[in-house]
Ligand binder design. Structure first.
Ligand code: RET
Length: 257
């Protein structure tokens, strides 16, 4: 059975995600083509989390584990889909100029992230020593994700235009701070040391989830809107000297005659 506080925060979480999805849809109607995938992702990130919150508000998406506590497994289904989408967005934000040149790296980043969530789910499902083994493995994967972000991905982003890199750094910083809170809230709460109960845990995770999806998404999309266009429109354009040039889809302009 859900407590009133848990149920209230599940409904608040659902409302936050629904409003976020609607706002992103609305903003997407006036998005530049080169940014459209960020809008599509942001809508689905909020939508998937909204589904998980609706299920939990209805008393579904939970299971009693051998330790005797309830585990909201719906969260892990949400996170296993939405955290890779968030990272995919951060990766493409670092690669404006070379979007298709690092697929192996991006696959590795997303794969490591899925390992983090999956092993986190096993930590939540198990008890005793097993729980801590899974928790440590999950934290190891999390550290690897952070190392990939602040190592190779940051280096890639630094090769972009200064305003693009500045936006990447702001988003990567925000993502890191918000994501670091998850394993801390987890270990102090009902799955770990039980410093607070299910109600407070639900509140904390709802605030984190809405911030990491809707707040983060809103800052990303408004940051993208403020950027100068990266690519010139495809087709023939006039050059300053009056000669014709060919603007390719990638934005490079080459002399046509
Ligand atoms: C768990 C517990 C095991 C150890 C670690 C965890 C990390 C979870 C993270 C979740 C991020 C979720 C987001 C959701 C919505 O936007 C599974 C809590 C390391 C980082 C960003």
């Amino acid at each position: 059975m859900l407590t009133t506080m848990e149920q209230t925060w599940f409904w608040i979480g659902l409302a936050g995600m629904a409003l976020g999805a609607l706002a992103f849809l609305f903003m997407g109607s006036s998005a530049r083509e080169e940014h459209r995938h960020h809008y599509v992702s942001s809508v689905f990130i909020a939508l998937i989390a909204g589904i998980s919150y609706l299920a939990m508000a209805l008393g579904e998406g939970q299971v009693r584990v051998p330790e005797g506590r309830e585990l909201f497994f719906a969260r892990y289904i949400d996170w296993s889909l939405t955290t890779p989408l968030l990272l995919l967005g951060l990766a493409t934000l670092a690669m404006f100029s070379k979007a298709r040149e690092q697929p192996g790296f991006v696959a590795g980043l997303l794969g490591t992230d899925v390992v983090m969530i999956l092993t986190g789910l096993f930590a939540g499902l198990s008890g005793g020593a097993h729980k801590w083994i899974w928790y440590i493995v999950s934290c190891g994967a999390f550290l690897a994700v952070l190392a990939m972000i602040w190592g190779p991905l940051r280096a890639e982003s630094a090769r972009q235009r200064a305003d693009e890199h500045a936006l990447w750094q702001r988003q990567a910083g925000l993502l890191t701070v918000l994501w670091l809170a998850y394993p801390i809230v987890w270990i102090l709460g009902t799955e770990g040391f039980r410093l607070y109960g299910g109600g407070w845990e639900t509140l904390l995770i709802a605030v984190l989830d809405v911030s990491a999806k809707v707040g983060y998404g809103f800052l990303l999309l408004s940051g993208l809107r403020a950027l100068a266009p990266h690519s010139a429109p495809a087709g023939r354009v006039e050059t300053a000297g009056g000669g014709r040039a060919l603007a390719t889809e990638m934005g490079e302009v080459s002399a046509a005659d």
